[in-house]
Design a binder for this molecule. Structure first.
Ligand SMILES: NC(=O)c1ccc[n+]([C@@H]2O[C@H](COP(=O)([O-])OP(=O)(O)OC[C@H]3O[C@@H](n4cnc5c(N)ncnc54)[C@H](O)[C@@H]3O)[C@@H](O)[C@H]2O)c1
Length: 358
């Protein structure tokens, strides 16, 4: 039975590692949702999360969770290599799906997921959590009101000088790639979304494997996967790309897990013919008024990305979409288009030439 107005949406969470905590916390705080079950191939991890969040059941095999007819929706928080398989199985079992980014490792998988969404008629929300940040919601209102005019250029950078998380993240067979698919996915998606999702024309990319994972570095801590293991690393250290769109707009990005940089850096900038904006490191909206340049700083609770706020909003939106109250803001079609961009960066880097889409 699918939850209707007045009923709580019964949710299962598959994958009980690092990011699942933000999903579970947000479901716990959502008055319209109830955490019914948790699954992890590491059964102890599933059981620990089930007891912490009051879920009735813990499973080691996601197929068992999907067989429970009382579950309406699932969050998929597993390694990237299982996102397509679990999404399709969940949709075929009649569940709505919130799938963590990246939606898939390949365009073929993304197309299969899209087919499954269309066949099932269920909601699939891609975990493009940055779209749901409060600061982005504010900026979107300025953009939709035409205050930036035509956005013809965007530039985004997410550089870690020391931050290869190891484990599955640095095993290409499980992750599909390094910082491009892990970090680049967020900033490419956010820029493309705020630019009005223009049609893709071409991609030129470069990837580098020069520094390795730098697991030997001492006296400086960095983010590590739940099952950290530095022995395998076959993903890029860094990547950059220029993406062109049909309306003439362009997007420039660079990302890294490791780089000889003075410090970590995150910025996201949009340039329009009437105004501009910086989303990160903090929201500021730029314009001209009375022959004067004005940098306007919206007074909001979180001027830069706040994970608790953004995941809370993302999950509330997913729950509302499942209950038929709204359309998801990050549908499967967008997951497919972003997968095309990411795959084209790797393809362009491999071939040493531009990839064209027309
Ligand atoms: N939205 C964000 O900002 C954000 C941040 C971090 C991670 N993520 C994404 O979330 C996902 C998980 O990342 P993480 O950092 O939590 O990793 P993690 O390694 O900490 O946790 C993943 C968990 O999934 C389990 N798992 C893997 N495959 C499984 C399967 N087939 N069935 C059941 N359990 C399985 C593992 O045992 C592990 O406990 C990745 O896709 C990652 O890209 C998103």
């Amino acid at each position: 039975m699918v939850a209707t107005e007045g009923n709580k949406l019964r949710v299962g969470v598959v994958g009980a590692g690092s990011i699942s905590g933000l999903h579970l916390e947000a479901y716990r705080q959502c008055p319209d949702a109830e955490i019914a079950a948790i699954c992890d191939q590491n059964k102890e991890r599933a059981e620990a999360a089930a007891s912490k969040y009051g879920a009735e059941r813990a499973y080691a095999d996601y197929r068992e969770l999907l067989r429970d007819p009382s579950i309406d929706a699932v969050s998929i928080c597993t390694w990237n290599d299982s996102h397509a398989e679990i999404s399709i199985a969940a949709l075929e079992a009649g569940k709505h799906v919130l799938c963590e980014k990246p939606m898939c490792r390949t365009v073929e998988d993304a197309e299969r997921v899209q087919e499954a969404v269309r066949r099932s008629g269920k909601v699939l929300q891609v975990g493009f959590v940055r779209r749901y940040a409060g600061s982005v919601d504010v900026l979107k209102r300025f953009i939709d009101a035409g205050e930036l005019g035509e956005i013809y250029y965007a530039k985004a950078s997410c550089l870690r000088r020391l931050g290869n998380p190891g484990g599955w993240f640095s095993d290409a067979s499980r992750s599909g790639g390094g910082p491009l698919i892990d970090l680049g996915v967020h900033i490419i998606d956010l820029c493309w979304y705020l630019m009005g999702r223009p049609k893709l024309v071409s991609v030129t990319g470069n990837t580098y494997r020069k520094l390795g994972n730098r697991a030997h570095i001492q006296n400086l801590s960095f983010y590590k996967a739940a099952d950290y293991d530095a022995s395998r690393n076959d993903v890029e250290d860094a990547a950059n790309a220029v993406i062109r769109f049909e309306n003439g707009a362009s997007l420039m990005v660079d990302v890294s897990f490791t780089l000889h940089a003075a410090k970590d850096e995150l910025y996201i900038k949009l340039f329009g013919d009437k105004g501009g904006a910086e989303v990160e490191p903090a929201l500021v909206i730029l314009s001209e008024k009375h022959d004067t340049i004005v940098n306007a700083t919206p007074q909001i609770d979180h001027a830069s990305f706040d994970a608790n706020e953004a995941f809370g909003r993302e999950i509330a939106h997913f729950v509302n979409s499942c209950l038929g109250r709204c359309e998801t803001l990050s549908p499967v079609e967008d997951g497919l288009e972003v997968t095309r961009m990411l795959s084209a960066v790797y393809e362009s880097a491999g071939l040493g030439k531009e990839i064209r889409f027309n």
